[in-house]
Design a protein around this ligand. Structure first.
Ligand code: XMP
Length: 514
């Protein structure tokens, strides 16, 4: 059976993954492609609908991203958002020009509720606007279906041709009824049945993996993070002992994490698979000695991981498949999907072991967003603590220790982070904050403890609220909780005499420190 798919054509906007996620929340499968994708390829995918994203350009300029007009003649419903809306109007004969004032932020929009797109939406509704250019005149055949105080065409449509243009961003939560609008598009206008669900994903994947693997052998690098754990669970359910997981403890894991992973996937755990744990701490610390530059640290950690993994693989001998816990945002962020730029070299994509003897790569989670991976994990019976574990970067504590990494610094950051996590959980805040951790600055300062002068490290506490980890805001943690964490860290963790709280949002900061 063919899977119902909606395609997002990426024109370089910042919310593109969010659009795809929102569509999937309507139980419709959705993929992102660059605007450079040939129309023949799009046609071959037979999508039920196409969404054109926002983007930073002006559609009337010669070198701006564009698309063939043929897209609007396929009979497939098209929804243009922001730049996508302007481009649609521009290509079909409307007028797009630069406005005198930029419309930015939460804006009251007056919508025509007889439009299929705005069914069940309030006539006056708050939407997120972010644009300089605006549609001054809708294209021939289009009816204006929304406006604001400053924007005469906040939405326009040609119902007969199934073409819809909206100037604002329904995908961001600031647009209060945005999800309804996207639902109206994919389930109403496009007529999708909405049968994309996680239980069927797990069932179908198990069947597909069995078919693909046959009686072959599969090797998986298990990091203990959510993605590789769910991949391990899925593969184990599909092929049992044909799967071997290599878990490399690089000495940059959180406190007790290595043992926790072993408890779930090791011989005493609930899964049927071959589990190999490699304790490679010393090896990593010696490779990293004296290295301070963040990208170099990341590269060393990534490469060393591959070397260790290769050595283990050699002992196992030839395998048929190398499995990876790659998920959809990894694919998009590595520049393989849409238009997004590579900001940091991500540890779990791109670097493949060269000397491992395998025939093919298998990536069972490649199509899933994080929340979907979690749902699949629960379906598979992986413990909740592991499934809802907060994101942890591949290079681990290596990028939470600013400057040189030493065993001593790892101990400090592990202990501080453990206390921080414990207090956050005790205060019942762990569900509200999306990611929180302690990092070790390379700053030492003078303090006084008892009657003695100290000259010790400063720990930085980070906690962020975010939906997609592309943008984030510092979380507001009650003062008493921060005070408790501070005094516990200074009292219990030797080598620390100062604690900072990081207020930086992303952008301009990143979530991690390096
Ligand atoms: P940044 O620091 O880029 O982090 O704002 C965004 C999210 O990505 C995680 N992160 C990584 N995850 N390998 C990973 O698997 C990496 O190299 C890596 N670097 C950052 C980070 O923890 C945050 O959730």
């Amino acid at each position: 059976m063919e899977r119902e798919t909606v395609i997002v054509l990426d024109f370089g906007g910042q919310y593109n993954q969010l659009i795809a996620r929102r569509v999937r929340e309507c139980n419709v499968y959705c993929e992102i492609y660059s605007y450079r994708t040939d129309i023949e390829k799009i046609k071959a995918m037979n999508p039920k609908g196409i969404i054109l994203t926002g983007g930073p350009n002006s559609c009337y300029e010669a070198d701006s991203p564009t698309y063939t007009k043929e897209l609007f003649e396929l009979g497939i419903p098209v929804l243009g958002l922001c730049y996508g809306a302007q481009l649609m109007q521009h290509l079909l004969g409307g007028v797009v020009t630069r406005a005198e004032v930029r419309e930015y932020g939460k804006t009251e929009v007056f919508v025509d509720t007889t439009s299929r797109l705005f069914g069940n939406v309030s006539p006056s509704t708050i939407c997120w606007m972010s644009h300089f250019d605006y549609i001054a005149k809708a294209a021939p055949g289009f009816k204006i279906t929304a406006h604001t105080a400053d924007c005469p065409v906040a939405a326009a449509e040609n119902e007969e041709k199934h073409l819809y243009a909206i100037q604002f961003h329904p995908e961001v939560l600031h647009t209060q009824e945005g999800t309804k609008m996207l639902y109206n598009f994919v389930r109403g206008v496009c007529g999708c049945a909405g049968d994309w669900r996680m239980d069927s994903f797990v069932e179908n994947s198990i069947r597909a993996i069995r078919e693909k693997v046959g009686d072959g052998k599969v090797l998986l690098a298990l990091s203990g993070g959510v993605d590789s754990s769910v991949a391990a669970g899925l593969l184990s359910r599909a092929i049992g002992k044909q799967l071997t997981c290599v878990f490399v403890d690089h000495g940059l894991l959180r406190k007790n994490e290595g043992d926790e992973v072993e408890a779930v996937f090791g011989p005493k755990g609930q899964f049927d698979l071959n589990f190999i744990r490699v304790n490679a701490q010393e090896r990593y610390y010696s490779k990293l000695a004296g290295v301070t530059e963040p990208e170099q640290k990341r590269k060393i950690i990534g490469e060393e991981f591959i070397r260790v993994f290769e050595e283990e693989a050699k002992k196992i001998g030839a395998v048929d498949f190398l499995a990876q816990g790659t998920i959809y945002p990894d694919v998009v962020e590595s520049g393989l999907g849409g238009e997004s730029a590579v900001i940091k070299s991500h540890h779990n994509v791109g670097g493949l072991p060269k000397n491992v003897d395998f025939k093919e790569i298998i990536e069972p989670l490649r199509d899933l967003f994080k929340d979907e991976v979690r749902k699949a994990g629960l379906e598979l019976g992986i413990p909740r603590e592991l499934v809802f574990r907060q994101p942890f970067p591949g290079p681990g504590l290596g990028i939470r220790i600013i400057g040189e990494i030493t065993a001593e610094k790892v101990r400090i950051v592990q202990d501080a982070d453990y206390i921080y996590r414990e207090e956050i959980a005790k205060a019942g805040l762990d569900q509200d904050i999306n990611q929180y951790f302690a990092a070790l600055t390379n700053m030492r300062s003078v303090g006084v403890m008892g009657d003695e002068r100290t000259y010790d490290y400063a720990v930085a506490l980070r906690a962020v609220k975010t939906i997609d980890f592309m943008t984030a805001e510092a979380a507001e943690i009650p003062w008493e909780v921060l005070q408790t964490v501070m005094s516990r860290i200074i009292n219990e963790v030797k080598g620390v005499n100062r604690v900072f709280y990081d207020l930086t949002s992303k952008p301009p900061g990143t979530i991690e420190f390096e």
